[in-house]
Design a protein. Structure first.
Length: 472
């Protein structure tokens, strides 16, 4: 008799209820990760998240080995793989931490039903969200559509449990008998890019895995956390935590983040740190939205937007946006940061997304797909929810008439041009006054394009399109 822990978006030993419970049972333990690109509706990972996953799994495998365990890798439709593995290892117990997307929930429910029918015990746990989406309900019993009351309801009477410690020892895997198949190798999955290998910029910035996550959290709390309220808006400084990809892959638990804050501030959490905590609330809110709207990435949350008349972007226009060549430095710096490092500052994400959706009148789904492929934190809930927020089609969305002006944003949030200069070397010689609107500088800029669209004109066009939607 043995147990299986099936790890998914919870690639950590710390505060991992499924792993801790399985360890406590003491039976020989198989820890498996399944690369599932076949189950119906499961969204295949983008390039940047594949890169992350490779390194995160490598780090996790090392951590498990140090505890006397190991990580088994299998690829294929998850339900089938679990059934095979259970038969091979004579498993009687399955453990996992819950997922919240519809296709994943369908798979998990099928595995649970099969387990029950076949005399296996399947146990699932809350690990990746502070609040299970179905437990937060309005007075009328429905899901929330607006963030502020959602987060207020979460925090009212919130009993946020303490994180679990890493189990002292982990049971060894079952002895390999003739029936237990060998796992895959990580390299065999070919998650890393080759020809061309674009991952150098990612590797320079990130340390995927639990150690990297813990360091980011501590560095943030030791450093910019108490100035987060202002620092979070300045893309030229590291004013935010950069925990997003670590949270995305579950390398750090939100319960751990919460606890570290409480430990530092046992009496009163400073206002700035409180703002940071409410950003974690936005993450919870996005999952709440996805849970109740499983097709958030493909359908307008607000159905009236189905009538919106998007323009099909020209190939050149779209490429200019993707490659950071729109001629608007704030947008371009952001899109280059994304391409080089797999991450973009939130303030710039909003401006770059607004530029695509409003100034280029491009369907938000086109941008969402690009971010999905290029962000290391690309997340099934936060990415579509935020794109819909920018487009105005989402829950608690930015009003349609809010069109980020990339020049104003740039002057306000990168006044000295530090961020712009870092990502756009062509503009290095422009001073802080000229750099936000290089076409006005009168200087000949080698290699940097002029503005792709006229701002006032494209703004008017967007307002007309949005007005038409309202009137129709
Ligand atoms: P911090 O400011 O340190 O915030 C802490 C944590 O709170 C983040 O790690 C993240 O988990 C959460 N958080 C912060 N802001 C948001 C938000 N607006 N929505 C949801 N969670 C939030 N975030 C993702 O994690 N994945 C995505 O795919 C994603 N796509 C986005 C697309 C667009 C168009 C926009 C405008 C925003 C998107 N965001 C996404 C939200 C936000 O930009 C990132 O979470 C944030 O920039 C990550 O950096 P950080 O970890 O330093 O954040």
């Amino acid at each position: 008799e043995t147990s299986i822990v099936w790890l998914r978006d919870d690639l950590r030993l710390d505060d991992n209820p499924a792993l801790s419970e399985a360890a406590a049972l003491g039976l020989p333990l198989t820890v498996v990760y399944i690369l599932d690109e076949e189950s119906e509706g499961v969204r295949p990972l983008g390039g940047a998240t594949k890169w992350w996953l490779h390194h995160s799994l490598a780090s996790l495998a090392g951590a498990l080995e140090a505890k006397g365990s190991s990580l088994l890798l299998r690829r294929g439709p998850a339900e089938e793989i679990i059934r095979e593995l259970a038969a091979e290892t004579n498993a009687r117990h399955l453990f996992w931490n819950r997922r919240y997307g519809q296709p994943e929930r369908t798979v998990d429910a099928a595995v649970k039903a099969w387990a029950t029918e076949n005399g296996l015990q399947a146990s699932s746990y809350q690990a990746n969200l502070l609040f299970e989406p179905w437990t937060v309900r309005t007075g009328a019993g429905g899901p929330y559509k607006v963030f502020t009351p959602f987060w207020r309801a979460c925090l009212a009477g919130a009993d946020i449990r303490d994180p679990l410690q890493v189990p002292g020892t982990l049971p060894a895997p079952p002895k390999r008998t003739g029936t237990v198949q060998a796992g895959d190798t990580l390299d065999g999955w070919e998650l890393l890019p080759s020809a061309p290998d674009w991952s150098g910029g990612l590797a320079a910035v990130w340390e995927p895995g639990e150690d990297g996550a813990r360091r980011r959290l501590e560095d943030f709390l030791d450093g910019p956390a108490e100035e987060y309220g202002t620092g979070r808006n300045i893309p030229g400084v590291e004013g935010t935590s950069r925990l997003s990809p670590h949270l995305r892959f579950g390398e750090v638990s939100p319960f751990r983040v919460w606890r570290q804050i409480r430990r530092r501030y046992p009496n009163k959490v400073p206002a700035d740190v409180g703002i940071f905590r409410s950003e974690l609330g936005w993450r919870e809110f996005c999952w709440h939205l996805l849970y109740t709207n499983p097709d958030l990435a493909t359908r307008n949350y607000r159905p009236d937007f189905d009538r919106f008349e998007w323009e099909k972007p020209g190939k050149d226009e779209l490429e200019a946006w993707q490659q950071g060549r729109t001629g608007y430095p704030f947008v371009d710096a952001g899109m280059r940061q994304l391409w080089q490092t797999g991450w973009m500052h939130n303030r710039v994400r909003m401006a770059a997304a607004s530029f695509l959706v409003k100034n280029l009148l491009t369907d938000w789904r086109v941008g969402e797909a690009w971010f999905w492929d290029t962000l290391v934190d690309a997340d099934a809930a936060s990415n579509p929810a935020n794109w819909q927020w920018v487009a105005g089609s989402g829950a608690d969305a930015s009003p349609y008439y809010r069109i980020f002006n990339p020049v104003t944003q740039s002057k306000k949030f990168d006044a000295a041009g530090t961020y712009l200069r870092h990502f756009i070397p062509e503009l290095a010689d422009l001073d802080a006054k000229a750099i936000h609107e290089p076409w006005k500088s009168g200087m000949e800029l080698v290699g940097y394009p002029g503005p792709l669209v006229d701002l006032p004109e494209s703004r008017e066009r967007a307002l007309e399109a949005y007005q038409k939607l309202r009137d129709s």
